[in-house]
Design a protein around this ligand. Structure first.
Ligand code: HAM
Length: 407
């Protein structure tokens, strides 16, 4: 009998190097910023998620893997982190994780039943500081991974009262057009009205476009807080896109919510690279003190798809790029940016000469060197020298077309 890996899950072997690198890079920045890594148990009480993520959310109502004794495989990490804080309020209030989560979803590209999240939670810091410093931190993390094609979509859900008011306004509006809504949205009208704004069903789109905006249901106080966030974003030069339809599928949010949306087109329909927001009432809800909190989590598998890294060299390779041609330099630089997970050393120096550049490449441990000199440039080829065996080969085609992961 041959056993298969469970549906929507995978063995990670060849790709484990990518996971290792992403995790190391992530923690390097987070630890510099005084975060502490937190590893919570993989199983938690089911009621923790009912209380936080919400009974009517998709995650809780249909996506949890449950054991016989009321435990579930964690579908996300914000509630477990807050539970850990409520249990021991002396822990660091800036916590980060890189950990597997489990949701019984219908698997498709970018959507799995076991997936990894990199994320962080900041407890006891109020708006607008956490909002803007978190987005800047995410930007920095993505920059070091070489991810450029994404945007921050943000919305403001206000406090509990604002949200209740909005749910009432939205329900009134949707009841008026109920018969035109898709079947699934008609069901959600009873169970989880806000999720209708997330609907991808064709017949719902015009109705959603004309729906009242949550931003019009905010109290004066919430409006001011929202304006303060927008002002600070502008002051620090942060580009954000306001999306009044962004509600997120988890109940614990108050205030600003956001998603990092892929714009590279690599992700198909699962465009959310990550998401997060403020959840000021969660600690109290879980029996803890009245403290504010803000956090973010991104999906590792979607990140790998967006970065377009399908395979990495099996052994640790450092590739040297050598040229004496100034015109090739920009191609080298963009090539390096395209393969953020491959170690690349660029060497351009017409005065130095090839011999010296090779010596340098050898000294810093390059295993392969790509050479584009005058001859190669005019012949439209790239020379590859294996620094261990000394063997030289020629690849036809321009330097731009080379896949550094396969060298
Ligand atoms: P979430 O939006 O449910 O938020 O998940 C965050 C990210 O995890 C998603 O944007 C996506 O990249 C990835 N993800 C979610 N489900 C799957 C799946 N089935 N397969 C692959 N990747 C997936 C949360 O989990 C919140 N805890 C985020 C947060 C932190 N809010 C405050 N702090």
């Amino acid at each position: 009998m041959k056993y298969q890996v469970p549906m929507g899950m995978k063995d990670i072997t060849q790709e484990s190097k990518i996971y290792r690198k992403l995790e190391d890079n992530f923690f390097k920045i987070l630890l510099q910023e005084d975060f502490t890594e937190i590893r919570t148990p993989i199983l938690e009480d089911k009621s923790l998620f009912i209380r936080s993520v919400g009974e009517s959310s998709d995650i809780v109502s249909k996506e949890m893997f449950e054991t016989k004794d009321g435990l579930v495989l964690r579908p996300e990490n914000t509630a477990p982190v807050m539970r850990a804080f409520v249990n021991d309020q002396n822990i660091n209030t800036k916590l980060a994780y890189f950990a597997p989560q489990f949701r019984r979803e219908r698997p498709q590209k970018g959507r799995y039943r076991q997936f990894y999240q990199y994320g962080f939670e900041i407890i006891n810091e109020s708006a607008p500081q956490s909002e803007i410093s978190s987005l800047l931190l995410i930007k920095r993390i993505y920059e070091q991974w070489g991810l450029t094609k994404y945007e921050f979509q943000v919305n403001y859900l206000g406090d509990k009262q604002d949200r209740e008011n909005y749910i009432k306004t939205l329900t009134d509006y949707l009841r008026g057009v109920e018969s035109k809504l898709s079947k699934i949205s008609q069901e959600r009208l009873q169970s989880n009205v806000l999720r209708i704004l997330d609907s991808k069903e064709g017949e719902d789109q015009d109705i959603i476009k004309q729906a009242p905006s949550i931003l019009d249901s905010l109290s004066e106080n919430s409006k001011n807080q929202w304006q303060n966030i927008l002002k600070l974003a502008q002051l620090v030069g942060l580009n954000i896109v306001i999306n009044p339809l962004l509600v997120r599928g988890l109940d614990y949010y108050t205030g600003m919510v956001f998603e990092v949306v892929d714009t590279s087109g690599q992700l198909g329909s699962q465009k959310a690279l990550g998401g997060g927001g403020r959840y000021d009432s969660l600690s109290k809800e879980l029996g803890g003190p009245d403290v504010s909190a803000f956090g973010f989590a991104g999906g590792v598998e979607r990140l790998i798809l967006a970065l377009n890294i399908t395979n990495l060299p099996l052994s640790e390779t450092k590739i040297g790029l050598i040229t004496t041609e100034e015109s090739v330099l920009s191609s080298f630089i963009s090539l390096k940016a395209q393969f953020p997970m491959v170690k690349v050393d660029i060497n351009y120096n017409c005065a130095m000469g090839f011999k010296k550049m090779f010596k340098r490449a050898d000294k810093i441990g390059c295993t392969k060197v790509l050479i584009v000199g005058t001859q190669e440039l005019s012949a439209g080829v790239v020379k590859v020298k294996d620094m261990v065996s000394g063997v030289e080969t020629t690849i036809s085609g321009s330097i731009e077309s080379i896949n550094l992961s396969n060298i």
